[in-house]
Design a protein around this ligand. Structure first.
Ligand code: ADP
Ligand code: MG
Length: 629
């Protein structure tokens, strides 16, 4: 191929502009990104060579070399990994594969430290070279191609790039940065080593630099033709726990997760037994921006005997733990394992179960910690990730009980942080069930008329207002032998909590009230399944309930929002026979209007929408006017 000048894809231009203009105070990350690409390229070679050993040519030892030239003001990062063909150079260095520019731009926060983590996450790390370079030259040959099939790619990082065919005997890639004026600090072995030590120590390949010796004539250190490793070159997780500092664990986390914050917790174990593997798993401190995306693959990388096999190996973690980051290195799986095979493998199943348990243990360790600071960490975790843990209750039946213990709620007793255990400890004498209410918002739950009798008797009710709550509750019926009972479903049953006198009073009220009930039923026959007297209300005249097994109004609204047709079951109207409004119904001349208003108000009180709001307003106004007259 003769020399060609090609234009960058528009997205790349935008990224280039952003990277060079927004990350200049965190320049040194360019080295991390380029070494990470070199390491990826070696991983890819190792993987492809599983099927074709000849790809190693005469260089079976994979490595990265970092060199600099003071006179030419260049830094060169060379690897003997998979390399690039000319087509790949054009495609991979001229366009962005994952079209994520918009997300990238949206995720940029203006905090350079945080933003610098993002560029790796969005697959645009290569372009970070232009933070310090005004020209980048890439020379490469793909493993398996002939020496004459090498490629040179070069660009000033603005509008376009050049490509041409070259002869390159050695396999792999050299990336040369022509440093901008003022970036001379990187032309020093000490500086480069310290940046490598900071970000790339855990890279499992040797990173080599030239040794230096003092040149008395030039009066400076000059490079010798002798290369020596500057990193430990042992993948972090293969090292013994006692040799790894907290800082090293945290730095490794930041590398694999692209998070700028330290993780909340981590666990590192060598598991022996039927299936042998090493796990290093992290729980992030903050939810990623795409936590809600259930299709997103997990953050756990799979290695087999130190060989990188795949990213995002979702078979290794249940969907609800998709926020967990880390590495699993198996000793048993075949090296040529595919995604399909992963789904079926018994070893993988064992790894998945073992890893799930580890993550839950980590969370329990925080949640039940004696130390208040650790418990505060759990509270923070719950704020960000509670909703996905709730998904787990329905998804992971094996660990349902453990997950139930991790749940935290708002209740009528505390605004947050109430566990089932806390609730159980506060249960009243004679109370058999755990009471809850679901609503569209916490405020709606809190002010729901259905709570009145519980408030009066001092019985705690859990207030649930997350979208997943209804779904979760369809999988969770009890905790520790106590059934979970909605206060908005079925007739109120306080069991032993209701005293005989109250029961009797209610029965009598129902009896004397019968004629009114019959009239109400007739007025509301198209809207209410039934109308009955209740003891659950104290201050409100009426409320809506659904029968046990029917879809609640709250769930019906959720389903409707999700575009599903909600099964139509009419609610039951319960009225408070003690309420002044209800007591006056019988003698009122506007009985029918009042009946409709009663129903509409009950609907509004539970956060529902009126089918005919105008009619409601009209009726209320008519009443107001008659009162004012
Ligand atoms: P990412 O590494 O997330 O894919 P980068 O912007 O860092 O994104 O790199 C873009 C692409 O350029 C890589 O996916 C790879 O195909 C190619 N590439 C970059 N550096 C190398 C290298 N040293 N050897 C082979 N390919 C490389
Ligand atoms: Mg990269």
């Amino acid at each position: 191929m003769d020399k060609q000048t090609l234009s960058f894809q528009a997205e790349v231009k935008q990224i280039l502009h952003l990277v060079t203009h927004s990350l200049y105070s965190n320049k040194e990350i360019f080295l991390r990104e380029l070494i990470s690409n070199a390491s990826d390229a070696c991983d890819k070679l190792r993987f492809e060579a599983l099927a074709d050993n000849l790809l190693y040519e005469d260089q079976p030892n994979l490595e990265v070399r970092v060199a600099f030239d003071k006179d030419a003001k260049t830094i060169t990062i060379t690897d003997n990994g998979i390399g690039l063909s000319a087509e790949e150079a054009v495609a991979n260095l001229g366009t962005i594969a994952k079209s994520g520019t918009r997300e990238f731009v949206a995720a940029l926060e203006g905090d350079q430290k945080k933003d610098a983590q993002l560029i790796g996450q969005f697959g645009v790390g290569f372009y970070s070279g232009f933070i310090v370079a005004d020209r980048m030259t890439v020379e490469s040959r793909r493993a398996g191609l002939k020496p004459e099939e090498g490629v040179r790619w070069s660009s000033e990082g603005t509008g376009d790039f050049e490509v041409e065919t070259i002869t390159r005997p050695q396999r792999g890639t050299s990336v040369t940065l022509h440093l901008r004026d003022g970036e001379d600090e990187y032309l020093s072995a000490w500086k480069l080593k310290s940046v490598i030590g900071k970000y790339s120590d855990h890279i499992s390949l040797p990173i080599l630099m030239q040794k230096e010796e003092w040149d008395p004539e030039k009066k400076e250190q000059v490079a010798k033709d002798e290369w020596a490793p500057v990193n430990k070159a042992a993948a972090l997780w293969t090292r013994s726990k006692s040799d790894i500092t907290k800082e090293q664990y945290e730095e490794f986390y930041k590398q694999i997760s692209y998070d700028s914050e330290a993780p909340l917790a981590y666990t590192h174990n060598r598991v022996e037994g039927r299936s042998e593997y090493t796990q290093l798993l992290y729980i992030p401190a903050k939810a990623p921006f795409d936590l809600w995306n259930r299709d997103k693959r997990g953050g756990v990388k799979l290695y087999v005997k130190r060989v990188f096999i795949m990213d995002d190996a979702e078979a290794l973690m249940p969907v609800y733990l998709r926020f967990v980051k880390g590495v699993i290195d198996s000793s048993d799986l075949p090296l040529n394992v595919s995604r399909e095979l992963l789904q079926e493998s018994r070893d993988v199943k064992a790894i998945r179960e073992g890893s799930t348990k580890r993550v839950l243990t980590m969370l329990e360790g925080l949640a039940d910690n004696e130390d208040e600071a650790e418990r505060a960490k759990y509270a923070a975790f719950w704020k960000d990730f509670g909703v996905v843990i709730k998904e787990g209750v329905g998804e992971d039946h094996q660990n349902k009980e453990r997950l139930a213990n991790l749940l935290r709620f708002a209740s009528t007793h505390a605004d947050e942080g109430v566990s089932f255990k806390d609730y159980a400890a506060r249960m009243k004498e004679g109370q058999e069930a755990i009471y809850y209410i679901t609503a569209d918002s916490l405020a709606a739950a809190k002010n729901s008329p259905q709570l009145e009798i519980f408030r009066k008797k001092g019985i705690e009710v859990l207030l649930l207002s997350d979208r997943v709550d209804e779904w979760m509750l369809s999988h969770l019926y009890e905790f520790d032998g106590k059934s979970l009972q909605s206060v908005a479903k079925g007739a109120v049953d306080l069991g032993k909590l209701q005293d005989e006198a109250e029961k009797k009073q209610a029965e009598e009220a129902a009896e004397t009230f019968k004629p009114v009930l019959e009239r109400l039923k007739a007025s509301l026959k198209d809207r209410a399944k039934d109308v009955r007297v209740t003891t659950r209300l104290v201050d409100s005249p009426a409320c809506l309930v659904v029968e046990e097994g029917d879809v609640s109004g709250h769930l019906a609204r959720l389903l409707k929002q999700a575009g599903q047709s909600a099964p139509a079951s009419l609610p039951t109207l319960e009225v408070n026979a003690e309420h002044a409004l209800v007591r006056r119904l019988e003698k009122s001349e506007q009985f029918d209007d009042l009946a409709q208003i009663l129903f509409d108000q009950a609907m509004l009180a539970e956060g529902g929408q009126l089918e005919d709001p105008a009619a409601y307003v009209k009726r209320v106004n008519a009443l107001l006017i008659s009162k004012l007259d």
